[in-house]
Design a protein around this ligand. Structure first.
Ligand code: CA
Ligand code: CA
Length: 237
């Protein structure tokens, strides 16, 4: 890396000193052109090489920045302190923390956050940590830390998503599927079950397509008008 940088700086120095020569050669006409074309050609070549190297470095830096952002996407904010629960709100020291809605806390099992050797519901895992010092990662929203990790263990995407159960007709508008005004966000994958009951396992999109115009039960998480289904007519996604 350091060697690469030195090379680029050297090329850049030659190129910039060459700019004066380029100006001189173009300001003269006449018969000495061949030698000057040789100079000019070399100079152009160097400047082009310089440009490409700079582009490569830029792209390299962008890729590095991208990887950095990806790595830290869920670690934008971090707090460390004592976990408590007061009047329906979790706190780490004085900071309110959102671990998820009631449905998520009661129904989802992820990791052994409290380290008691059992996989429990998120609510029970958090209860097991009550009064302890914890490290919570996540993102701040209106002064509340929306948790993504508990003690370094993945919990959820840090958004204020809400669990809903809907009953309605699936509509298709401009190639997008809706229920009850929510845009249905589907995983781009092969379906594991036959949701539309046509006897075929299709892509998720095609399964939903087979249900357009029908009355269905869907539950899942909503955020900003989008619905990520967990179940369709009782069948897990
Ligand atoms: Ca546990
Ligand atoms: Ca099907």
């Amino acid at each position: 890396m350091a060697a690469g940088l030195v090379a680029v700086v050297a090329v850049a120095a030659i190129a910039s000193s060459g700019a004066g020569i380029a100006g001189w050669t173009t300001s003269h006409d006449g018969n000495e052109g061949n030698a000057r074309h040789g100079w000019k050609g070399k100079l152009n070549e160097m400047m082009e090489r310089n440009r490409i190297m700079r582009k490569m470095m830029e792209r390299n830096n962008m890729m590095k920045a991208g990887r950095h952002i990806m790595r830290n996407l869920l670690n934008l904010d971090r707090i460390e302190g004592n976990l408590s629960y007061i009047d329906g709100t979790y706190y780490v020291d004085d900071t309110p923390v959102y671990f998820g809605d009631e449905w998520f806390l009661e129904h989802v099992i992820r990791s052994d956050y409290d380290g008691d050797g059992d996989y429990e519901t998120i609510a029970d895992e958090i209860n097991g940590l009550m009064g302890n010092d914890v490290v919570i990662n996540g993102m701040y929203g209106n002064g509340t830390l929306i948790a993504s990790h508990i003690n370094g263990m993945w919990l959820r995407v840090p958004v204020m998503a809400e669990f809903v159960e809907l009953n309605g007709v699936i509509e298709k508008i401009n190639g997008t599927y809706y229920i009850d005004g929510y845009r249905i966000v589907l995983p781009n994958k092969q379906a594991r079950s036959d949701y539309d009951g046509d006897g075929l396992l299709e892509r998720m999109r095609m399964e939903i397509d087979g249900l357009v115009g029908e009355n269905v039960n869907i539950d899942g998480y909503t955020h900003n008008g989008n619905l990520r289904p967990l179940h369709i007519n009782g069948i897990a996604i």
